[in-house]
Design a protein around this ligand. Structure first.
Ligand code: TYM
Length: 333
């Protein structure tokens, strides 16, 4: 059995990192497998967004996913809060996961920063809700970017401990992360050692799926580089994270490998390469941006699609939650 689940937070603009690291793979997988894709609006609450911004971002992300090629009829596409089974299962997982496990999560440490006492407890148990998202459907495979690997290991630990503690062998599957493609960790355009992120304060650090052609070209032109020409083979990226990042993005956008890309463009000056990269990025992203804007003209239709998706999702998770309640000894009448 092969069932795919993945999620994405509605916080700010989607970036080229989200696209190359995750969404593009979601699109490919939908042709082969049963897929459930979720806009995780309740995860976004851990950092306290404005209600109007959250609502708008949820619709934007849904529109972006559809514009990127996710078919909302073929797949189950919905926002998390429309299926309360996720948060119910997350509570049970709060009772399974150990403080020590969560204390090791690097994303919590980064997001909570120095003032940990002031981080929401939701931010701390965030990975438990993520495990619940996946396991509420007994999903087996989870396509994500590199940065979610640790969270998925926690989801595996939760599944294993649940199965052991209640002596229910194979009750929850031990999920497999799918970290696919050339660009599993797209870095900032301003700093090749930092992840490209929707929450980076500098908009110049990322390419957003909403950026127009001129903005994309400008951001790539200004992207940080070094004084050397491009290397001719991968070993030449040593100590040159910006060069490596830009070539990786180029390879991913043009559907080739980094080795092949270097065979083609290795040795070029950054100026000439950046022009090629900008052309590739615009060619790839502008149809997506146009379609996304078209979809956003009818927000009521997006909401209708999400509600329908939520109903389909709940039909899939309801039997699992029923089993869970029974296993735990909850009286259900
Ligand atoms: P989020 O919303 O931060 O990112 C969504 C997806 O995009 C990937 N990604 C990247 N990939 C490559 N390079 C980057 N710079 C980059 N930035 C983001 C992420 O790895 C992710 O796959 N906790 C998750 C959302 C989530 C989830 C889940 C995922 C909630 N429940 C269940 C899978 C299964 C998150 O914050 O992703």
């Amino acid at each position: 059995l092969h069932r795919i689940f993945s999620g994405i937070q509605p916080t700010g603009n989607l970036t080229l990192g989200n696209y190359l690291g995750a969404i593009r793979n979601w699109v490919t997988l939908q042709h082969e497998f049963e897929c459930i894709y979720c806009v995780v609006d309740q995860h976004a609450l851990t950092v306290g967004p404005e209600p109007s911004a959250l609502r708008e971002a949820t619709r934007q992300v849904a529109a972006a996913l559809i514009a990127c090629g996710i078919d909302p009829q073929k797949n189950v596409l919905f926002n998390q809060s429309q299926n309360p089974d996720h948060t119910e299962l997350a509570w049970y997982f709060n009772c399974v996961a150990r403080m020590g496990w969560l204390n090791r999560m690097t994303q919590f440490k980064e997001k909570a920063g120095k003032n940990r006492e002031n981080a929401s407890t939701g931010l701390f148990v965030y990975p438990n809700l993520m495990a619940a998202d996946i396991l509420a459907y007994r999903a087996t495979h989870v396509p994500v970017g590199e940065d979610q690997k640790q969270h998925l290991e926690l989801a595996r630990d939760i599944a294993i401990k649940f199965n052991n503690d209640w002596k229910v062998e194979d009750f929850f599957p031990v999920v497999e992360p799918q970290i696919l493609g050339e660009a599993t960790r797209v870095m900032s355009l301003r700093d090749g050692t930092a992840k490209m992120s929707k929450s980076d304060p500098s908009d110049m650090s990322r390419i957003n799926l909403t950026d127009d052609a001129d903005t994309i070209a400008k951001k790539i032109k200004k992207a940080k580089t070094d004084p050397e020409n491009l290397p001719t083979e991968k070993a030449g990226f040593e100590g040159r994270p910006e060069a490596q990042n830009l070539v990786t993005i180029y390879a991913a956008l043009t559907g080739t490998t980094v080795d092949q890309a270097l065979a083609d463009i290795g040795g070029s000056q950054f100026g000439a390469f950046k022009q090629k990269l900008a052309d590739a990025a615009v060619a790839h992203l502008s149809p997506i941006t146009t379609e996304m804007n078209r979809l956003l003209e009818d927000r009521a239709e997006i909401d209708r699609l999400l509600v329908k998706g939520g109903e389909r999702a709940r039909a899939l998770s309801a039997p699992v939650l029923k089993d869970v309640r029974e296993t735990l000894g909850l009286v259900t009448g």
